[in-house]
Design a protein around this ligand. Structure first.
Ligand code: OGA
Ligand code: ZN
Length: 368
């Protein structure tokens, strides 16, 4: 966007853009963001805000090439890049290549409709990596296939995205039926739809489950878009939605070495009321502690969300094959599995997590 006019007031600069829209930049903001106040290499702010007059006065502004040249009453001169002014307009969030609008899905996505990418491409080619990550952010779910048949092949794909998130289950984890399990995932029982580790202050972001073996009878995977369930509940039963978004419930995991608890709502909204996170895990939800007066209504709301997790209209079911890895936003997508019979064959998934912040950082670097 280019500029068609400037309006100088002592306390603000008005920029009129060629599309006739207008942006107001308070003078204190212009001084605070003067490029001369940044370290030349790190771009971190060196300027001490308190060293400025609390109400600096703007005297003049003129276009100078790709900049606006500003002169202040204390005779400071700023060269503000037009690109900086266009990209950072008070009242509008700055443009962010990682801000990808979730595309909500229902069962009619079908297993064949899940975005699918070849491991070799994602590993070798940044544009394939970016396509995969954009689709994974949009649907919350994707499959990477043709992984090498070895332990660690899935982790290497996850590390293309960013640093692994370590948890009390390790930096990576083996989903196998084991003796003396500390988690239902490490048995052969069915796992109803859930998100992992909602008992954490910040639950892990993206989850990677690399299928190494799936020879047992049973053991199929199931996924649902936790945002789609919540959005439909919001339309059908706004009071239930509101309770799930406003009333925190306790979540707890404890074993010999950890006792990790949090109180948080099932549905978290961002400041503009958009869905930002689902924490739903019926097996580690702890004992509800909301006031008795609202408890029956809360149970009705919670059961309404739970009922949707059982509804075929939301569920996608398929059995992972060796060499496939499912990747999903654990703070949005619900995942589960059917029971399997370990006496009929071996089942082994290798899992890890990468947090949303790392994921978004990689997306921004790839967009450069
Ligand atoms: C888990 C999990 C799914 C599976 O490990 O948290 O949900 O298919 N596993 O075993
Ligand atoms: Zn899980």
């Amino acid at each position: 966007m280019t500029v068609s006019g400037l309006e100088v007031r002592a306390d603000a600069l008005g920029v009129i853009w060629t599309d006739n829209s207008r942006t107001t930049y308070p003078t204190i903001w212009l001084r605070d963001n003067c490029p001369a106040g940044l370290h030349p290499q790190t771009h971190e702010r060196l300027l001490d805000l308190l060293s400025l007059d609390p109400s600096p006065q703007l005297l003049s502004a003129e276009i100078s090439g790709e900049h606006v040249r500003l002169i202040y009453a204390d005779s400071h001169v700023s060269l503000m890049p037009l690109t900086l002014l266009a990209a950072n307009q008070p009242g509008l969030p700055a443009i962010d290549p990682a801000a990808i609008t979730p595309q909500l899905w229902h069962a009619n996505l079908t297993p064949a409709g899940i975005p699918r990418f070849h491991a070799d491409a994602v590993l070798a080619d940044d544009s394939a990596l970016r396509d995969w990550m954009v689709q994974t952010a949009s649907y919350g779910l994707s499959i990477v296939d043709r992984l090498e048949d070895r332990h660690g092949a899935g982790v290497e794909v996850a590390q293309r995205v960013g640093f692994l998130r370590e948890t009390n289950f390790g930096t990576t984890f083996e989903v196998i039926s084991m003796p003396d399990p500390n988690n239902l995932a490490y048995t052969s029982v069915a796992l109803p739809l859930h998100t992992d580790l909602p008992n954490q202050e910040v639950p892990p972001g993206f989850q990677f489950l690399h299928c190494i073996a799936n020879e047992s009878s049973g053991g199929g995977s199931v996924f649902a878009d936790g945002f789609a369930l919540a959005q439909d509940l919001r339309d059908e039963d706004p009071a239930a939605f509101q309770l799930l978004a406003e009333v925190p419930i306790p979540f707890r995991f404890h074993d010999q070495t950890a006792d990790i608890r949090v109180r948080a709502p099932v549905i978290t909204l961002d400041r503009s009321g958009e869905l930002s996170e689902i924490r739903y895990n019926a097996h580690i939800a702890a004992i509800f502690d909301m006031p008795a007066e609202i408890m029956p209504d809360y149970y009705r709301a919670y059961r309404a969300y739970m009922t949707k997790t059982r509804d075929a209209a939301y569920r996608i079911e398929f059995k992972l094959a060796p060499g496939e890895m499912v990747v999903f936003d654990n703070r949005r997508i619900l995942h589960g599995r059917e029971a399997f019979d370990p006496s009929t064959g071996f089942r082994h998934l290798h899992g890890c997590y990468v947090d949303r912040g790392e994921f978004n950082s990689r997306l921004r670097l790839l967009a450069r």
